[in-house]
Ligand binder design. Structure first.
Ligand code: GLU
Length: 501
């Protein structure tokens, strides 16, 4: 196909952006950049009952944080605007009229009660949940069943109405999905969906198809949950006479719960302790606040539903673009794994140069440590660089750089802190206290000489020394850590340890 590649990410601003949405935006973006196309952000806000004003900014901010730049869109403009559906109401009205005029759609005057009654009255064993469709439409109050004069009088009297599509009779609706191949539905499976609501707002289906057409979208890349809407969209393209320029479709696999079954929800995130949204929302930290690097976050997301077909896992955004191909999008749902997300992030943290890394840490100093010397924070952070998965982990895991341990790893202490070790460690404490230089080398020599003299091994002394300083025996090289803490603090911690073990 030789038409220019134009794609859109078309979220609805109803709340935080689920990471599934960002994954859709990312794969759409990769495809578009790979083919030198145009990537568009369109805001689909026709459902006013679920509309949330802050959500639009949240979407824009999320894309910016991830580094997914839009060529056209609600925040950057472009030649195909407006890019917010609520600003396009008049456009939709005109297209709905076109469908009414050529008999592809009809007015429906049924009240809510009448619709409820229909679902009750037409219920049969074969059709347990009747819909407004080829089986029922001729029994309802609409412009197919009423006379022209009756319709006119209802309209003149401002009777509320919706406009419904008239699904064609007995047709196979066939389209090709770039991920799933040939998809066939039968028109009898579809209902006469509302295209325009009583408030004059179009529904998602109508607005989506009209906009994709007018914005000359060449490829619709979206989540699998929209696959079942696609036959209706195909019917609409045909009804408008736009069959030849209908976009190609690619439906991306669902992101599944960590346990594998069902769509990943916010509740799973709450249950397992990870966010399902990129940026903080309503006081809950998102990936950004947890200290994910946007590049790592994208790298992780790209692998939810796509893979390069090689062993390589670490890809920068430009490498992802280079490697991307629709053929390698998977059909099966992608199971979400937060540990894997953290693993990706750790790889990116390790790869940062020291200054960039410490700048990121210094940019986000918790309230309690605002007065700590930045040079000290930087030195501590660099010791932890290889040991954290998330930037925010530095402040938790490396708390001992800023606070004396309040608890000690008891199990280790119980095993080691016996016989005459306390007296011997007291000797070490005094030697360290009188050292005139407190560099890591001097500390190391002092400790090693002491061990030799008293016939002690590393395993006798170092875990205890570490636990005195940090409460735990895991952490960065202990002599460097001690040097950074400083002589006074090390001695104070050794005393506190000896007293509390
Ligand atoms: N507004 C829809 C959503 O929120 C867009 C679906 C589509 O891309 O067609 O996901």
């Amino acid at each position: 196909m030789n038409r220019p590649i134009r794609t859109r990410y078309a979220p609805s601003p109803t709340g935080y952006q689920h990471i599934g949405g960002i994954r859709t935006a990312l794969l759409c973006y990769l495809f578009t950049r790979k083919h030198n196309g145009t990537f568009i952000l369109r805001i689909e806000d026709t459902d006013r009952s679920r509309y949330l004003a802050e959500a639009e900014d949240y979407i824009i901010e999320s894309l910016k944080w991830c580094g997914l730049e839009c060529d056209e869109g609600v925040h950057v403009g472009g030649d195909y605007g407006p890019y917010r559906q609520s600003d396009r109401k008049a456009i939709y009205a005109q297209y709905v009229q076109q469908l009414l005029d050529n008999g592809k759609a009809y007015y429906a005057f049924d009240t809510t009660e009448e619709l409820v009654a229909m679902r009750e009255n037409f219920k049969t064993k074969e059709n347990p949940s009747p819909k407004y469709d080829h089986l029922t439409r001729m029994q309802m109050k609409n412009s197919l069943t009423l006379s022209e004069a009756e319709v006119k009088s209802l309209l003149d009297n401002n009777t509320p109405y919706t406009v419904r599509i008239r699904i064609p009779d007995n047709q196979d609706i066939i389209f090709n999905d770039l991920v799933r191949g040939k998809i066939t539905f039968h028109s009898s499976q579809l209902d006469d969906k509302v295209l325009m609501k009583a408030d004059g707002m179009p529904t998602y289906h109508l607005a989506n198809v009209v906009d994709d057409h007018l914005m000359e979208i060449s490829h619709v890349i979206r989540g699998e949950e929209w696959l079942s809407s696609t036959p209706l969209h195909v019917v609409l393209y045909n009804a408008f006479g736009w069959t030849d320029t209908m976009p190609a479709f690619a439906h991306l696999p669902l992101i599944l719960k960590p346990v594998g079954k069902g769509k990943l929800s916010k509740r799973d995130g709450d249950k397992f302790g990870f966010p399902v949204f990129p940026l903080g929302w309503e006081g809950q930290a998102g990936y950004r606040e947890l200290g994910f690097l946007p590049e790592a976050f994208l790298n992780f997301l790209a692998f939810l539903g796509w893979n390069p077909g090689t062993e390589q896992e670490i890809f920068s955004l430009s490498e992802l673009i280079e490697a991307f191909s629709v053929d390698r999008i998977t059909k099966a749902g992608a199971r979400f794994n937060f540990d894997k997300a953290k693993w990706f992030n750790a790889q990116y943290i390790k790869a940062l140069d020291d200054d960039t890394f410490s700048d990121l840490i210094l940019k986000d100093i918790p309230e309690a440590y605002q007065d700590v010397d930045p040079a000290y924070i930087k030195a501590a952070a660099l010791m932890m660089k290889e040991r954290i998965n998330l930037l925010s982990e530095f402040w938790d895991t490396g708390f001992y750089f800023f606070k004396r341990p309040a608890e000690y790893e008891r199990k280790v202490i119980k095993k080691k802190w016996k016989n005459d070790l306390p007296e011997k460690i007291a000797v070490l404490r005094n030697r360290l206290a009188s050292a005139s230089d407190f560099s890591a080398t001097v500390i190391e020599t002092t400790v090693k000489d002491f061990m030799k003299e008293f016939g002690l091994g590393f395993g006798d002394v170092l875990p205890v020394f570490r636990i005195m300083l940090a409460g735990t025996k895991a952490g960065p090289p202990v002599f460097e850590m001690a040097a950074l803490l400083g002589q006074e603090e090390v001695i104070a911690r050794m005393d506190a340890g000896a007293e509390n073990f």
